[in-house]
Design a protein around this ligand. Structure first.
Ligand code: F6P
Length: 319
């Protein structure tokens, strides 16, 4: 192995730059050349390349977003797109590819792997919805961003004795919503993984009001419904009037937290170590403090469950 490629794909996540830096510098340290593809698999197909050097990845460890840019490639989902990608990798004489992204990006990497090409995945998404790692790169920073916003909302919610609905990201996963709810001391959290009953929520709000609760924070993951829709349903069913805030893409930006910068550095380094050991078709993850590998498909075939103890905490502490 002489030359590796690296790309970031799917939704960006704070810490992706730290991962690019770690991949590049570890690879160079091990005697390999590194080529970056811009805009994920789109850049691979278009031959949009940039050589990465020790200095070109300097001064990026603290930056949000991804210097390689990212995209959700429709073309790479198709078998002919994957074959074309393989062709490009051969043209550029690249012997292995490192993919930094979420489970959709890993599926593309797996398709390449099935054609016999060496790939390795680094989990990067604010959703934390990938098995094989306790935490994905970006999740901790996104939780902290959401927390800071919700803490500010709590100030005004308590001053005005109001009900606030905060919509956080997570189309299919509620990890971010749950973590933010516990950290911010929210009263209720609605997750895509759990059934939702508007009557039940109204009853809870009613009892809380009777007990003298003056203000309430409800965190809703976007995959359940929009905060605006929830607001209408609370009005129609219980007569409640709420203020709504959509945190949206704010949660994807900003400098990585210490946790994410370290995680990204360890997984970036770990990915190259694994490649050099001869591993391929795997993802690197951090579990109970240790960097380890699993087959790529483990990340989506194994279900990462919502922590029931955390759900119970929201219920118990939100009384
Ligand atoms: O996968 C990360 C994520 O931020 C999800 O939480 C969210 O549902 C989705 O990406 C939004 O994607 P886009 O920025 O393409 O609208």
């Amino acid at each position: 192995m002489k030359r590796i490629g690296v790309l970031t794909s799917g939704g960006d996540a704070p810490g992706m730059n730290a991962a690019i830096r770690a991949v590049t510098r570890t690879a160079i340290y091990k005697g390999l050349d590194v080529i970056g593809f811009r805009r994920g698999y789109e850049g691979l197909l278009d031959g949009d390349v940039v050589p990465l050097t020790v200095s070109s990845v300097g001064g990026i460890i603290h930056r949000g977003g991804t210097i390689l840019r990212t995209a959700r490639s429709e073309r790479f989902v198709k078998p002919e797109g994957v074959r074309e990608g393989l062709q490009r990798l051969k043209e550029y004489d690249i012997n292995a590819l490192v993919v930094i992204g979420g489970d959709g990006s890993f599926r593309g990497a797996y398709d390449l792997h099935k054609l016999g090409y060496p790939v390795i995945g680094i989990p990067g998404t604010i959703d934390n919805d990938m098995a094989g790692t306790d935490c994905t790169i970006g999740f901790d920073t996104a939780c902290n961003t959401a927390l800071q916003c919700i803490q500010k909302l709590r100030d005004t919610a308590s001053s005005h004795e109001r009900l606030f609905l905060v919509e956080v990201m997570g189309r299919h996963a509620g990890f971010l919503a749950l973590e933010a709810a516990v950290a911010a001391g929210a009263e209720y959290v609605l997750l895509p993984e759990r059934p939702f009953d508007i009557e039940d929520l109204c009853k809870k709000l009613h009892y809380a009001h009777e007990r003298g609760k003056s203000h309430t924070l409800i965190i809703v993951a976007e995959g359940v419904m929009t905060a605006s829709e929830l607001s209408s349903r609370l009005k129609d069913t219980g007569g409640y009037s709420a203020r709504i805030v959509v945190l949206g893409h704010l949660q994807r930006g900003g400098s990585p937290s210490s946790f994410d910068a370290v995680l990204a550095s360890r997984l970036g380094g770990g990915a190259i170590e694994a490649l050099v050991r001869g591993e391929a078709g795997v993802m690197v993850g951090r579990n109970a403090g240790r960097v380890e590998t699993h087959p790529l498909q483990y990340s989506w075939e194994t279900r990462k469950d919502i922590d029931e103890d955390m759900m119970a905490l929201v219920e118990m502490l939100g009384i």
